[in-house]
Ligand binder design. Structure first.
Ligand code: NAD
Ligand code: DAU
Length: 348
């Protein structure tokens, strides 16, 4: 199996690369990543010397480069994670999302069709997507594989567009595809522009903890290593042409997640109980902020025997420990352009 993983230097991608490099020594794995602000090869320091792994720096929006790479490498499988992934950045600058998430995905699809035409046996194009394509839930119900698309941010609209393209290439060209739509991930190596690592970073440094609106929005949190395991089972055993919803069965209001982080970190840092909660600062809400996400992952459980690891508090506590023990990683990713982004985002 010659496997292309795109976006492998990012948060989820690095967990997927590590899992595949370790579990499938017989595969030849190419990690293609443009190393944007979100891509970091330090995330993969522990596997970089493995004989079944190779990193290629490249941009999926570069059509000729992608075509050439597919011609040279003759991939059998693709797991596509490369994307612009942060909703707030999509609001302040949607163009990069349309380029990478839509045009970049189309380039990969075209290259796969070209490379595999005439013999698609044993080939797999797996597109990793998000539950945000389904829009926003009210108090009841959950997203499932049959939920209609209703994206509401430039990020989710660009991911929805890419999902539609992937399905269209299956129906039109017979491309052997798989799609999964996953809920919010948390864990190690998460770029601290996203809620959980941002709050951990700010608690540690006694900085304000920005909570959008009233903090009432709900997310369904899944441990990133559970997502990587889901990607593994869907890639190997999923039904071609099918979609799988992946979720943590673990809904939390943002304010409750922030308070739990404060409590756990006060204990770990030897602070007085309640000290970090004083840092909570309610800030201007995200425009078009989706109220609630929740996933019904019954299909993945019944067909592929996948379930999330529990409980959340234990995994969140381990996650905090990782950030506290990996100071150098946090310092590296929060320097430079991140500081400019942070200033703009929180001093609007
Ligand atoms: P991330 O932002 O941490 O990583 C994205 C990676 O893609 C980075 O390494 C970046 O360098 C690379 N990349 C960006 N543009 C590129 C380009 N033009 N060419 C090549 N590489 C490029 O993202 P993540 O949170 O790890 O998300 C990975 C995927 O999973 C995305 O497709 C995202 O939509 C999806 N997803 C994320 C979550 C989540 O909670 N983070 C949940 C569900 C689905
Ligand atoms: O649901 C899956 C999606 O989860 C992925 O597709 C996205 O790539 C990923 O970024 C994530 O999107 P969210 O917008 O849900 O994640 P984020 O961490 O940005 O925000 C989580 C919630 O916390 C959301 O309701 C907004 C809120 N928030 C976020 C930040 C960064 C705050 O209250 N304050 C903040 O500073």
């Amino acid at each position: 199996m010659k496997l292309l993983i795109t976006g492998g230097a990012g948060f989820i991608g690095s967990h997927v690369v590590r899992r595949f490099v370790r579990n499938y020594p017989q595969y030849s794995i190419v990690n293609l990543d443009a190393l944007t602000y979100a891509g970091n090869l330090a995330n993969l320091a522990d596997v970089q010397g493995e004989s079944n792994y190779r990193f290629v720096k490249g941009d999926i929006t570069d059509k000729e480069f992608i075509q050439q790479l597919f011609r040279e490498e003759q991939f059998d499988g693709v797991i596509h994670l490369a994307a612009e992934s942060h909703v707030d950045r999509s609001i302040s600058g949607p163009d990069a999302f349309i380029q990478t998430n839509v045009v970049g995905t189309a380039n990969l699809l075209n290259a796969a069709v070209e490379s595999w035409k005439g013999n698609m046996d044993g080939k797999r194009f797996y597109h990793v997507s998000t539950d945000e394509v389904f829009g926003s839930l009210g108090a009841e119900g959950k997203f499932s594989e049959t939920t209609a698309y209703d994206p509401r941010s430039p990020y989710s609209a660009s991911k929805a567009s890419s999902d539609h393209l992937v399905r269209a290439y299956h129906h039109t060209y017979g491309l052997p595809i798989l799609i999964s739509n996953c809920s919010n991930n948390y864990g190690s190596h998460h770029f601290p522009e996203k809620l959980i690592p941002l709050i951990i970073h700010n608690i540690k440094n006694k900085k304000p903890l920005p909570v959008y609106g009233k903090g009432e929005n709900i997310r369904d949190w899944l441990w990133v290593e559970d997502h990587a395991r889901a990607i593994d089972v869907v890639f190997h055993r999923g039904k071609l042409g099918d979609t799988y919803c992946v979720g943590g069965n673990n809904e939390w209001k943002n304010i409750d997640v922030v308070k739990l982080l404060c409590k756990l970190m006060d204990e770990k840092l030897g602070r007085v109980d309640g000290e970090s909660e004083q840092l909570i600062t309610y800030v201007t809400d995200r425009p078009g902020h989706d109220a609630r996400y929740a996933i019904d992952a019954t299909k993945l459980k019944t067909e592929l025997d996948w379930e999330p690891t529990q409980p959340f508090e234990t995994l969140l506590s381990q996650t905090i420990d990782w950030y506290l023990q990996n100071d150098a990683w946090l310092e590296q990713v929060t320097s430079g352009s991140y500081r400019n982004y942070y200033e703009q985002q929180y001093n609007r």
